[in-house]
Design a protein around this ligand. Structure first.
Ligand SMILES: [Mg+2]
Length: 241
């Protein structure tokens, strides 16, 4: 499975370079705790249990996921309203308030993983061409790219909303690779999503490195085998020495 050094690497953004999902539960708890006093029957633990159940259902459908990530503030309102339904709480205005407060707080706590930016700089110094390939809206993704000074790390940046389609549409990977003036067999991809950064790119002949941030290994239900598994982006350097 070993390969020569790549000519190009495609990088995912959220939960690969930036810690994003990892902060979700913590932020939900903080936000909901602010509201528990003003609504009888609203309890943080009960809310979290119902929220997790509803989120799993909501984000588990690929088409709902696509619509949701292209309008996260609306998706979060739908998620909190659905959670309230599960709890038997009829307070749609408060559901929206909680969702909107979460949307604000969530973006504030986004951070690069330790060593992530240094790793990008290291890869760039090796003369490897680099693309950032990220799903989501232009405003949200560009906002994070600018905030953390990521633009100068990459030769090309592809954002789902700007390009018109997102991962796992094959055109996304092929276009990015073409922009880097290389071919799938000379390219690697790094990311945390087994469909977006492993299954589809592998079908195209791209060498895939999966980030197992939770350290839990491949899920039993996974029907893919990444070419490499690393615990965090900074471990990528070990393959490029
Ligand atoms: Mg990701």
């Amino acid at each position: 499975m070993s390969r020569p050094r790549p000519r190009a690497i495609l990088f995912d953004l959220d939960d690969t370079i930036l810690e994003y999902d990892g902060s979700a539960a913590r932020v939900w708890r903080l936000v909901v705790a602010e509201f528990t006093g003003s609504l009888a029957g609203l309890d943080v633990e009960r809310f979290m249990a119902a929220l997790n159940e509803y989120r799993e259902w909501y984000w588990g459908d690929p088409e709902r996921h696509r619509r949701g990530r292209l309008d996260l503030p609306l998706a979060r309102r739908e998620v909190v309203r659905g959670t309230f339904d599960l709890l038997g709480v009829a307070a749609p205005a408060m559901a929206d308030e909680i969702a909107d407060a979460y949307s604000v707080q969530r973006e504030l706590v986004v951070r690069p993983f330790p060593g992530a930016i240094e790793t990008l700089t290291y890869v760039r110094a090796q003369g490897i061409r680099m693309a950032l390939v990220t799903n989501g809206t232009s405003a949200m993704q560009r906002g994070k790219i600018e905030r953390f000074g990521l633009e100068s790390c990459f030769d090309y940046i592809l954002i789902e909303e700007e390009f018109g389609v997102g991962k796992p549409d094959e055109r996304v990977y092929l276009h990015a690779i073409e922009q880097l003036d290389t071919s799938p067999s000379e390219a690697w991809i790094v990311g945390d999503n087994l469909e977006w950064e492993v299954a589809t790119p592998q079908r195209l002949g791209i060498f895939s490195i999966w980030i197992d941030g939770a350290g839990a290994g491949l899920p039993k239900t996974a029907n893919v085998q990444p070419d490499r598994i690393i615990p965090r982006l900074s471990a990528l350097k070990d393959f490029l020495r």
